[in-house]
Design a protein around this ligand. Structure first.
Ligand SMILES: [Zn+2]
Length: 344
């Protein structure tokens, strides 16, 4: 049983405390939304600073600089905060179209001593290459398999899972094709599969149904961003019953305004913990993953954010205070990601 890092395979028991969803280096420009009005547009093109940080916290996808994590020395320093707090492994689902950087991830892994696991495949349609419509499912699957088994684009650095595979709502044909290709690649390699669901409460269930029909391994499928997708606990339990991992990966996002879907009130960490404790009570402890999905400057400590160590430093003590014992914490931070990220 092994996981595959950017520096090669490691035994599952080497993974330790694992963050299953963090971007260390990413160009997230595809998510940029230029504001409508002139003065806001001025803020949109400023570098992140104390003067505009409040505005950026509220409108985090409308500042171009905020969407860019392009400095590997910053990535290294911020990742070390997680390591110094006890972390061992960090999973980075940045994939094609988001400026994935295998060699820089390998350098950050060497510089920090962290295990770094890299993603493969394609994010949402907005990040697809222009000729995606003409590509075959088989060609996409073969490309993902090559990333996992040979290495990415001649670097020799191999991806460690398939994802995050992007979907939007409404779900596009190209995105459906990529999901089917991803399942193909999973069947061929035994790699974990990670899905970024579009923002509709029932879409995760639809995606799971497609994966199941295509012969995917639901026990090693991770559904991301649960807390910004599903508010109804009946739907949550319906998804949990399928057996997929439920990833609460927006810890540290404490503002309720959610620019990608203003109709949905983003829960805070308190509500995230309530949902997790509810799922545990219903017998789903072994399916829960926790992370921060850091992909923005304002999430990093250098720009006033909580950083990659937020879960360990701020959330775990609160979970203990709410009654989670050592074994539960160990399951959430170590055993679950270990099971999720080993190859079958
Ligand atoms: Zn995502």
């Amino acid at each position: 049983m092994h996981a595959q890092t950017v520096l090669g395979p490691i035994a599952a028991d080497q993974m330790g405390i694992t963050l299953p969803h963090e971007h260390l280096l990413i160009d997230f420009e595809v998510m940029f939304r230029a504001p409508a009005s002139a003065s806001d547009r001025g803020l949109a093109y400023q570098p992140v600073s104390m003067e505009n940080l409040g505005w950026i916290r509220q409108n985090f996808s409308s500042n171009l600089d905020n969407l860019r994590l392009l400095d590997e020395n910053v990535a290294r320093d911020e990742a070390l905060l997680f390591k110094n707090a006890g972390g061992r492994t960090l999973v980075d689902p940045t994939n094609r179209g988001l400026a994935r950087d295998p060699l820089a991830l390998a350098r950050v892994a060497r510089a920090t001593g962290l295990n770094i696991v890299m993603g493969s495949g394609y994010y949402v349609a907005a990040a697809h290459p222009p000729d995606m419509g003409a590509r075959t499912e088989d060609a996409i699957a073969r490309e993902i398999v090559a990333d996992l088994t040979v290495g990415v684009d001649g670097t020799g650095v191999r991806a460690g899972f398939i994802g995050e595979i992007g979907t939007t709502w409404p779900w596009t044909e190209s995105e459906k094709k990529v999901v089917r290709a991803a399942v193909h690649a999973q069947r061929e390699t035994g790699a974990p599969l990670m899905i970024h669901p579009g923002r509709h409460e029932r879409l995760p269930l639809e995606i799971v149904e497609m994966i199941r029909k295509a012969g995917g391994d639901l026990d090693r499928t991770i559904m991301c961003h649960i807390e910004r997708t599903i508010a109804d606990r009946a739907v949550l339990l319906e998804l949990a019953a399928t057996g997929v991992y439920l990833e609460y990966d927006l810890f540290g996002l404490e503002t309720s305004y959610y620019p990608y879907n203003p109709a949905f009130d983003m829960p805070n960490d308190g509500e995230r913990m309530r949902q997790i404790l509810f799922l545990i009570e219903r017998g789903h402890l072994a399916q829960i993953l926790m992370s921060h999905d850091i992909a923005y400057k304002h999430c990093l400590t250098r720009w006033g954010g909580f950083g990659y160590h937020h879960l360990l430093v701020n959330v775990v003590p609160r979970l203990r205070g709410k009654g989670a014992d050592d074994a539960t914490i160990e399951t959430l931070l170590v055993a679950n990601p270990r099971r999720a990220f080993v190859f079958a």
